[in-house]
Design a protein around this ligand. Structure first.
Ligand code: ARG
Length: 621
């Protein structure tokens, strides 16, 4: 099924051709003067230069043809040469009826089905997830769902940071605290304990402690003499941690066994966090996954002349003549021979090519890493780690800020843990839902809840669902690349451009549909809308008809915010229709069936759209 806009455009293009002009001039867009028309075409303006003719004359020629087209209620040429369009209610009614029968509501999947890998999440083992990790998870998950909806074969990889210095720091600190553990006894040949020698909370304390020891801070009023010895101590500690990292990576048995424990404890905790966000991954790979393939990769890069030594380090030059900014070489090995973040990313691309042959790899990472990824992409292409036609795409996102415009912090000024943040929003939502119940629903209206009947456990379940919409919508409604302000009060509000407002609207529709069914009226699956009875009904149908085009736009630009803007518009149109129309009280049965049918389609389009954003609606709230 073609999108509504495509059909309209088909008519207009044909009209241009029939009037003797290039059909390509007939592109149509949503009107930016909704008070005058629903759609518009600006092609006559472009045609003026081509045909040396006044744009208004071209527009009039085209409108004369369109006058006979039953798809339009009117097509009007206005100065200086715009074509204003209003679709006929019959054509819209037919389209909406067809949408109901179409599983994708008028959207055609991408005929070029691609294999796409998406690298998102990117948590670091043993460091608690913080609010910065929210964006990668939320944006990545939504993009994954959009890509899939369009018919692509998509695999998500969490790409954990699980192999670098942070692992060495943890092992080093453990060794200081519990040197008696068998992991540190090099002559130990027995079996290591099954139980980890720490819990997740201990682990999360060990890492920052170790990191603090390795990087002592200089106090504000401290003189250099006092800082110098602490700095020396820190350097010595860091050297020990680096040694631990190296031993781990070289495969020392006890260290690997400890690493397994760290991974098991940390990954179990991560899984809980991501589950709470309704985010999941096909691959739980990490930097460590590619460790064993690094030597062969490095050897090839050297042998084939792609990498060379520069001040002791092994690098690949990636600068190009057309560069306007400086593009430093991509380092493959440090001068001490150790591998680094870059090395694991290159080896991961190699593994992805060998195992999954993706057509495209998308990285959803903090935009501050954009230069880094440019280096990686160039190095991978140049050294044939990936094929020329593999599309490597960096989707950089901005920072989550607090109301003060600075990176989001706890009240005490520390880093905000993701789990605490989710907890806070859940709590706020629960309170609002309970308050709402006691007040008999917002606006005194009952949207499907039996006030006293709702048990606490159920209220909590609903609060969690609504909280997720608040978090995800709050994030996704901003363009990914922009920084945004995390404002709990605004995000959790039932009014305005928020997740809870969207869910409230959906629950309202569900409640009407349930009441209609309860009234004993037959709810045939094959219902139709007979006609458009009001401007509000037509407006709702028009917004619905745009779903396909919006989804394609969000897909082509990897832009979930476009779906957010759409569901907000849909919610507004739906609520205007609801407030202006007697639905359950309507006595004309044909009319009423049409309303119910339209609401049912609205509910389905909503459900699909919010699923693309990564959340769902409760049955009542
Ligand atoms: N762990 C990294 C960080 O916290 C993000 C990983 C992004 N993905 C990648 N393939 N490098 O910065």
């Amino acid at each position: 099924m073609k999108s509504f806009l495509t059909l309209l455009e088909g008519s207009v293009k044909e009209a241009f051709e029939k009037a003797g002009y290039d059909a390509e001039l007939g592109s149509v867009s949503k009107s930016n003067r909704p008070d005058l028309c629903e759609f518009q075409c600006n092609g006559a303006m472009r045609g003026a230069k081509l045909y040396h003719k006044a744009p208004l004359m071209i527009a009039e020629d085209v409108c004369a043809v369109l006058a006979a087209d039953a798809r339009f209620e009117f097509a009007e040429a206005v100065k200086p040469g715009f074509i204003n369009l209003k679709v006929s209610p019959e054509f819209l009614t037919d389209y909406v009826n067809d949408m109901m029968k179409d599983t994708r509501f008028g959207l055609e999947p991408d005929p070029e089905k691609k294999k796409i890998m998406i690298d998102y999440g990117g948590p670091n083992v043993a460091k608690p997830l913080h609010v910065g990790h929210l964006r990668s998870a939320v944006i990545g998950e939504s993009i994954k769902r959009i890509l899939r909806y369009m018919g692509n074969d998509v695999l998500g990889d969490i790409h954990m940071g699980d192999w670098g210095l942070q692992m060495g720091l943890i092992i080093c600190e453990l060794k200081e605290r519990k040197p008696e553990l068998p992991y540190f006894d090099e002559s130990f040949e027995g079996e290591y304990p099954k139980e980890a020698p720490f819990t997740i909370s201990e682990l999360e304390e060990i890492y920052p402690t170790a990191s603090g020891k390795a990087n002592p801070k200089q106090g504000k009023d401290e003189s250099d003499e006092e800082f110098a010895p602490r700095k020396a101590e820190g350097d010595a500690y860091k050297a020990k941690a680096m040694e631990c990292t190296k031993r781990l990576q070289d495969g020392q048995r006890g260290y690997r066994a400890l690493w397994d424990h760290i991974m098991a404890v940390s990954v179990a905790d991560m899984k809980k966090n991501y589950e709470n966000l309704d985010v999941d991954f096909e691959y739980w790979n990490g930097e460590s996954t590619v460790h064993d393939r690094i030597p062969a990769m490095v050897k090839r890069l050297k042998d084939e002349g792609y990498a060379h030594l520069s001040e002791g380090a092994l690098v690949i030059d990636v600068a190009e003549e057309s560069d306007t900014k400086q593009m430093p070489p991509c380092m493959v090995l440090k001068s001490d021979g150790a591998s680094l973040y870059n090395t694991t990313d290159l080896a991961t691309l190699e593994m992805r090519r060998e195992q999954d042959q993706p057509d495209q790899v998308i990285y959803v990472v903090d935009k501050r890493q954009s230069l880094y990824f440019e280096q990686i992409f160039r190095a991978a292409k140049k050294s044939r780690i990936v094929d020329d036609d593999t599309d490597l795409f960096f989707l950089g996102f901005g920072t989550v800020n607090g109301k003060d415009g600075k990176p989001y912090k706890t009240r005490e000024g520390g880093v905000m843990r993701l789990s605490d943040l989710i907890g806070q929003i859940r709590e706020t939502m629960l309170k609002k839902i309970l308050d709402n119940k006691n007040a008999g629903g917002s606006n005194g209206e009952d949207v499907g809840s039996e006030a006293e009947g709702m048990a606490m456990a159920e209220a909590e379940k609903i609060a969690n669902i609504v909280a997720l919409s608040a978090i995800k919508y709050g994030d996704l409604s901003n363009q990914a690349a922009k920084d945004y302000i995390f404002d709990i009060d605004r995000f959790t509000s039932f009014e305005g451009d928020t997740g809870p407002y969207i869910l409230y609207t959906i629950v309202r529709i569900r409640s009407i549909l349930a009441k209609y069914e309860k009234s004993g009226k037959e709810v045939a699956q094959e219902m139709t809308i007979a006609s458009m009875n009001s401007a509000e009904e037509k407006e709702l149908a028009l917004v619905l008809s745009r779903f396909g085009a919006v989804a394609v736009g969000a897909y082509e630009e990897l832009a979930p915010h476009k779906i957010c803007a759409y569901v907000y518009e849909l919610a507004n149109a739906c609520n205007r229709f609801y407030h202006s129309t007697r639905i359950l009280g309507e006595t004309d049965e044909t009319k009423q069936k049409g309303y119910i049918h339209l609401l049912r389609l609205t509910e389905r389009v909503f459900t699909t759209a919010i699923d693309l954003l990564g959340f769902s609606a409760p049955e009542k709230m």
